[in-house]
Design a protein around this ligand. Structure first.
Ligand SMILES: Nc1ncnc2c1ncn2[C@@H]1O[C@H](COP(=O)(O)OP(=O)(O)OP(=O)(O)O)[C@@H](O)[C@H]1O
Length: 271
């Protein structure tokens, strides 16, 4: 079976000699929600950029549904939600989320071939108004981005990404600039959409609670050089509402991730 996303023995060195990733292997089955967590500089964003085809590795292989990231991007299999929403300021919310949807038939055919689905299904337009309403944006569809709060803008960016129905969605700390209350509400909406659309998600975060709440698997990374130090499967029932967050088994997973992160801070070779 083709893994949704697969990295094997990946090394990435930047021009100044920084080894951002060293011998990273990771296999993310289709439909799984996987978080990357680790200290600043451990290569989380670099890993996403490699999967998105925005950077190239020096060694090893990266594949998305069995093809190169460039092929997967050209066939529109991949969606990306950056840290800041990057909406077009002159378009209202509805136009912002519908504009990128226009997909040509050739890309649709290639995508269908790679992902093993019918081209017709790929070309089907999702109901963007309904997706916006599900994200709590029904009243805002005709507003401009400048008339929205930061949390609302980020919701629009998430709806836009899901509206493309990507097979793989890459999210780089999408909630880091938001207050805790908005963040929790958005986590819930993200899980709802993910549950419905069955997208494979790679999600970068600095929050242990967020990683445990959202993920099927948490990948813990360490810096100098950037590498994977632990892969923790989160075997908790879904939906993961507020109640679960207060339970011992949830805290036990938080502790496991925290301990793995403590190890990640240690300098290799130090006593
Ligand atoms: N374009 C670049 N040129 C040179 N070095 C870079 C470049 N981009 C990233 N790096 C370096 O590569 C390493 C990994 O960076 P990356 O941004 O992937 O880490 P990160 O885990 O996402 O960090 P953060 O949590 O702070 O966002 C860091 O040492 C960083 O300084």
């Amino acid at each position: 079976m083709n893994a949704g996303v697969r990295l094997h023995g990946v090394r990435k060195t930047y021009g100044d000699g920084t080894v951002a990733l060293d011998d990273v292997s990771l296999s993310v089955p289709p439909g799984r929600f996987v978080s990357l967590i680790g200290p600043s500089g451990c290569g989380k964003s670099t890993l996403l950029r490699l999967v998105a085809g925005l950077e190239a590795q020096d060694h090893g292989q990266v594949s998305v549904h069995g093809v190169s990231p460039e092929d997967a991007c050209a066939a529109k299999l991949i969606g990306l939600v950056p840290q800041t929403p990057a909406l077009l300021p002159w378009l209202d919310v509805l136009r912002n989320v519908t504009l990128p949807r226009r997909m040509n038939r050739r890309a649709a055919a290639r995508r269908a071939e790679i992902a093993g689905v019918e081209a017709r299904a790929v070309l089907q337009e999702p109901d963007m108004l309904s997706l916006l309403a599900r994200a709590g944006l029904a009243e805002a569809v005709h507003r401009l981005p400048s008339q929205l709060s930061g949390g609302m803008q980020q919701r629009v960016a998430i709806v836009r990404a899901f509206g493309l129905r990507p097979d793989v969605l890459l999210m780089d700390e999408p909630f880091s600039a938001l207050d805790e209350f908005t963040r929790e509400a958005l986590q819930e909406q993200l899980l709802d959409l993910w549950d419905e659309l069955q997208t494979t998600v790679l999600f970068v975060t600095h929050s242990i609670q967020e990683a445990v709440r959202l993920s099927d698997t948490v990948v813990v990374m360490a810096p100098d050089p950037g590498r994977v130090v632990d892969v923790i499967d989160i075997d908790l029932p879904r939906p993961r509402g507020q109640q679960l967050l207060e339970q011992g088994r949830f805290h036990a997973y938080e502790d496991r991730v925290r301990n793995a992160l403590r190890g990640a801070w240690r300098v290799p070779g130090a006593a």
